[in-house]
Design a binder for this molecule. Structure first.
Ligand code: ADP
Ligand code: MG
Length: 330
């Protein structure tokens, strides 16, 4: 019997747009994909949901932006650990209204596959189903590889290390605020890197270089906001940290909002997908890698009982900093 949802047609449509890759012995079409990791490497695996009305809205996000952001979430996790992507898997549940009209799916694939091509990531499989409700649900699974024993972790920071971030902060939060106020302004080209919320750029080349050149002692990607992700790093490493407020690199999109909103966007704005890493004070950190600038934003301290894990310095004043990251729309 013909599947009324046309699952096979949809899979064919996806398969037609994928191309062969060295790391994938067998891609879409069989019961499993067969991957070939490089010798003496370990596999790294991450999965991330992108759920309608929680992570994106159809009124705010173009199909291409949703596809791009779905893949970017997984790629950023690989970047944080210095891994190279080996293959991506996409589980997609769509309501009948979307599945009947391939326009949304084609746009979603445009965004997802453009980012995949930019980073040489093959789409090697997935699952397709009709959504039980009107919501679109996408789950991305990324498999990456790193030289055995060398993946960057959250847990390697030591007191005395210096704290760095890549790129600029607060841009995604500022763009999201503008988007929610005036969605129509944001009809942008697929993959446009000037739009940190709609088309975030995962820092894969940077993560891989930090690993290869043994520059970082610990690393995490900034998905939930600086204050929350720094707290994760501190907890995993059993250290404390202080930030220099004046050193935080403000994204130009956040430059026009008022001072309070700027500080909130810098410290707590989520989804910038930059990397936050620590390095020994004797390690010489370059000004940039692969065109992505680095900024020294603070230092790692010995944790003290009854003292807050994180603090922020502004001039001569020091404030306690609490994790206050970004919760998705809900
Ligand atoms: P099975 O029922 O054996 O799991 P499916 O019919 O679900 O097989 O999938 C057939 C092939 O299509 C598999 O190789 C699967 O990985 C691939 N596939 C299914 N859905 C997707 C998707 N959304 N994106 C990429 N590949 C997919
Ligand atoms: Mg299946």
């Amino acid at each position: 019997m013909q599947n009324p949802f046309g699952e096979l047609r949809i899979i064919d449509r996806i398969r037609a747009r994928t191309s062969p890759s060295n790391g994938v012995r067998l891609g879409i079409g069989d019961d499993c994909a067969i991957l070939k990791p490089p010798p003496r490497h370990e596999l790294l695996v991450t999965t991330d949901f992108s759920l309608e009305d929680r992570h994106f809205r159809r009124q705010w996000h173009s199909p291409a932006s949703i596809g791009h952001r779905t893949l970017a979430r997984g790629l950023s996790d690989l970047a944080a650990m210095g891994a190279k992507p080996l293959a991506a898997f996409l589980s997609l549940a769509m309501p009948k209204s979307i599945a009947r009209n391939p326009r949304w799916l084609d746009g979603f694939l445009d965004g997802l596959l453009a980012l995949a091509a930019a980073h040489n990531v093959p789409l090697a499989g997935g699952d397709t189903s009709q959504s039980p409700a009107e919501a679109i649900l996408a789950d991305i699974i990324l498999i990456g590889s790193a030289p055995a024993g060398r993946a960057l972790r959250r847990s390697g920071a030591h007191p005395g290390d210096l704290l760095y971030c890549t790129g600029a902060l607060g841009g995604a939060a500022a763009e999201l605020a503008a988007l929610s106020a005036s969605p129509r302004k944001f009809r942008t080209a697929t993959g446009d890197a000037d739009h940190p919320h709609l088309f975030p750029q995962p820092r894969l080349a940077v993560g891989q270089a930090l690993l290869r050149r043994r520059l970082a002692t610990a690393c995490i990607d900034l998905s939930d906001g600086l204050s929350t992700d720094l707290a994760h790093l501190c907890t995993a490493s059993n250290v404390a940290a202080e930030l220099d407020l004046a050193a935080l690199p403000l994204h130009p999109l956040a430059a026009t909002i008022d001072d309070r909103a700027q500080i909130t966007a810098l410290l707590h704005g989520g989804e910038d997908y930059e990397l936050l890493f620590t390095a020994a004070p004797t390690t010489k950190i370059p000004r940039s890698i692969a065109g992505v600038p680095f900024t020294r934003i603070g230092r790692i301290l010995t944790p003290r009982k009854n003292k807050s894990q994180m603090s922020i310095l502004t001039g001569k004043d020091r404030f306690e900093l609490q994790p206050h990251g970004w919760e998705h729309f809900a």
